[in-house]
Design a protein around this ligand. Structure first.
Ligand SMILES: Nc1nc2c(c(=O)[nH]1)N[C@H]1C(S)=C(S)[C@@H](COP(=O)(O)O)O[C@H]1N2
Ligand SMILES: [Mo]
Length: 200
């Protein structure tokens, strides 16, 4: 019994839980501001444009022909749930950026979904193995509610940065606020610094 009590307490204070967050366990809440779109993968495309040398659009098949990449680890929503041991698969944003060659003046990215949802990110936070376009979760196709057929995944920042039904990354020379950022949420959103709202 002493051992069980000890383990129970340990779970509550796990060191990889950012401040103000709780472990949602096996559940995965759905948080969507708009109506969930029903997208045909055969018509879905991924574009990287803006301040790049060669803007490019990939079809579903072309995306799957790129070198595969996986993320295993936690995700953190600003509504205070964190989910551990997630496993996503898709392609690294690095691969897409290498293909388009960002211009030196590019400093930020605006991610856009088919629905019009947008979110802004510093370019340095989607490079270096920190961001993915993913279409699989736990070995299964990504569910529509969770952004299927494909979503952005930027797990080191609050999960609102991980745009569901993502279709475009636009490189900019300035920070242009997205949907939640215009509504008071933080421009970076680092869960370890509890950057939930403007001014945090
Ligand atoms: N297109 C779109 N992407 C979105 C959102 C949204 O409302 N629309 N919500 C964001 C927020 S606030 C969170 S916490 C996560 C939720 O993803 P989930 O529903 O898969 O948990 O998606 C993010 N990406
Ligand atoms: Mo969220």
């Amino acid at each position: 019994m002493a051992t069980r009590g000890f383990l129970g307490r340990r779970r509550e204070v796990r060191e990889d839980l950012p401040p103000g967050q709780y472990d949602t366990g096996d559940s995965w809440p759905v948080l969507t501001a708009e109506v969930t779109p029903n997208l045909d993968p055969e018509r879905w495309t991924m574009t990287v444009d803006g301040l790049v040398e060669r803007p490019q659009t990939w079809s579903w098949a072309e995306m799957h022909a790129l070198p595969p990449s996986e993320y295993s680890g936690p995700i953190h929503c600003v509504t205070t749930w964190s989910k551990f041991d997630t496993r996503f698969a898709g392609v690294s944003v690095d691969v897409l950026l290498d293909a388009v060659s960002p211009r030196p003046e590019a400093t930020h990215v605006l991610a856009t979904s088919t629905t019009g949802y947008t979110t802004n990110l510093p370019l340095e936070h989607v490079r270096g193995g920190q961001a993915w376009v993913v279409w699989s979760f736990d070995g299964q196709p990504l569910a529509r509610d969770h952004g299927g057929p494909a979503r952005l995944l930027v797990p080191h920042l609050y999960f609102w940065k991980s745009a569901k039904w993502v279709t475009r990354l636009t490189l900019l020379d300035h920070d242009q606020r997205g949907f939640w950022e215009r509504n008071g949420y933080h421009d970076l959103g680092d869960p370890w610094r509890e950057q939930r709202y403007h001014g945090d």
